[in-house]
Design a binder for this molecule. Sequence first.
Ligand code: GLU
Length: 275
Amino acid sequence: MPQTTRFAPSPTGYLHLGHALAAVTAARAADGGRFLLRLEDIDPARCRPDYAAAIAPDLAWLGLQWETPVRVQSAHLADYAACLAGLRARGLLYACFCTRAEIAREIATSAAAPHGPDGPLYPGTCRSLTEAAQAARIASGVPYAWRLHMARAVAAVPGGLTFHEAGQGEIACTPAIFGDVVLGRKDVPASYHLCVTHDDALQGVTLVTRGVDLQPATHLHRLLQALHRWPAPRYAHHRLLTGPDGKRLAKRDVAATLRDLRAQGVTPAEVYARL
Ligand code: GLU
């Protein structure tokens, strides 16, 4: 059935074989529908224009075609800030002034330090600051992030959430595994989880295909979709490619970048065979 799918790389390195698998999977899953490319480049410290510029030629070399214009997230930070403002107005976010070191120290000294998919859960240090205390610290110029008040967010969406995973059916969501996750970072008023769900809804994505490493994030994504009354796409998480050592391919495995393979004379057909 025709679907709207997307390939949403972050330009933090050159595309490698793992990205090729993700891109080809998404393009094929469109099944004659729409295939979108989206640059998830909100992280100013890790994303680079030269990596971003290399994406289209690499995908074109693989014979892929996508709709234009390509959505470039860094050009839409106001959209994500508006979402944050909406959640804030509903009392679902709070400002967090903790540094990484402070959080680590707090976790090290606490008896129970539960872990979520992204690491240890935030211990909640800033959760109980009053509005006035938050406002005063913000006014004093201390950097802060916006965290989701998970308990309130879950309570705001009565009835259990599920997501549809291809081949598995409906899976019950447990967003609380993320704890009070950051939705607005200190450096940019946005975050991966917020931007990806906002954009999938905005762009009418009906089927999200991505690596199985991101399947846990779907529990949180469904919560964000429900809080915003965004439609729920279906999900199809795919296997990850592994290197000769059995470990997943990463950007550091430069030998496997598409541009290097191309330079070595490898053909797209050979890349498809490896996928
Ligand atoms: N930008 C994410 C990444 O490169 C993928 C996001 C997604 O497919 O949901 O890992």
